[in-house]
Design a protein around this ligand. Structure first.
Ligand code: NAD
Length: 244
């Protein structure tokens, strides 16, 4: 049985991804820093392990990796999905807000990938990093969030180039808007309406639609796909319209 490690697995896109892996016969290690939510999500599921870990904290990541080194025969996929959102312009984003976003969205991807690198190389595994359409296009509102996600895109390509010789593939998924807790905390009614107008499919995506792309990229069906930045956004990127 193949094992996937999914961060931010307690809800939203991470939980949907976990369930699709399970449906496809994988075992999943669910990682999240929100202990009650993680327990609630993991309890009804079979073939999962859950580990409370803040992916932005090097000490916690090291501890988690040491546990996985013992408990997992192999790690065949790593989905770096944990993320936080913060919509604000340069003038209003103080350094502490900036760091909070970078610590989870960028440092977390770096730390997790480094900690599980050897296991992924041994398994010739796959990495999928979750960025955003906010990392594809600059906007007036997303100085920290957009920059963190643009960096995740580049980190993905670094991983693909560096780890290709070990048979590890790395790809990046850039979701359009999905009505999760993260998005609904920062999407005003005006932003929601503007997205509906601008997106060619005229709607938000669902957690399952993003999870389907993620699990495909981790599967053997994507065995020759690496280093790619893939928007799952209802066609928004193709319009050239600015982010609301
Ligand atoms: P969500 O808030 O529903 O879920 C995020 C999960 O990550 C939560 O369970 C949270 O506890 C966990 N988490 C946050 N920081 C963590 C940390 N430091 N360590 C461990 N766990 C942590 O959000 P979501 O919408 O499902 O977002 C998942 C990913 O998709 C994020 O990277 C987000 O930036 C990205 N994304 C979301 C949207 C959207 O519209 N929802 C669009 C583009 C990209």
């Amino acid at each position: 049985m193949k094992t996937a490690v999914v961060t931010g697995a307690a809800r939203g896109i991470g939980l949907a991804t976990t369930k699709q892996f399970l449906d496809q016969g994988w075992r999943v290690v669910m990682i999240d820093r929100d202990a009650p939510e993680l327990e609630k999500a993991a309890t009804p599921l079979k073939d999962v392990d859950s580990v409370i870990c803040d992916v932005s904290q090097p000490g916690q990541v090291d501890q988690m990796a040491a546990y996985l080194a013992e408990s997992c025969a192999s790690i065949d996929a790593l989905v770096n999905n944990a993320g936080v959102a913060d919509f604000g312009p340069l003038a209003e984003t103080d350094f502490s807000r900036w760091r909070t976003v970078m610590e989870t969205n960028l440092d977390g991807v770096f730390l997790m990938s480094q900690a599980l690198r050897d296991k992924l190389c041994t398994a010739k595994g796959a990495i999928v990093n979750i960025a955003s359409i906010s990392g594809l296009r600059a906007s007036t509102l997303r100085v920290a969030y957009g920059t963190s996600k643009a960096a995740v895109k580049h980190l993905t390509q670094q991983q693909a180039v560096e780890l290709g010789e070990y048979g590890v593939r790395a790809n990046c998924v850039c979701p359009g808007p999905v009505a999760t807790k993260l998005a609904m905390a920062v999407h005003s009614p005006q932003i929601i309406a503007a997205y509906h107008d601008a997106i060619p499919l005229n709607r938000y995506g669902t957690e399952d639609e993003i999870a389907a792309v993620i699990t495909f990229l981790c599967s053997d069906k994507a065995s020759y796909v690496t280093g790619q930045i893939i928007a799952a956004d209802g066609g928004f990127e193709a319009t050239g319209i600015g982010l609301p």
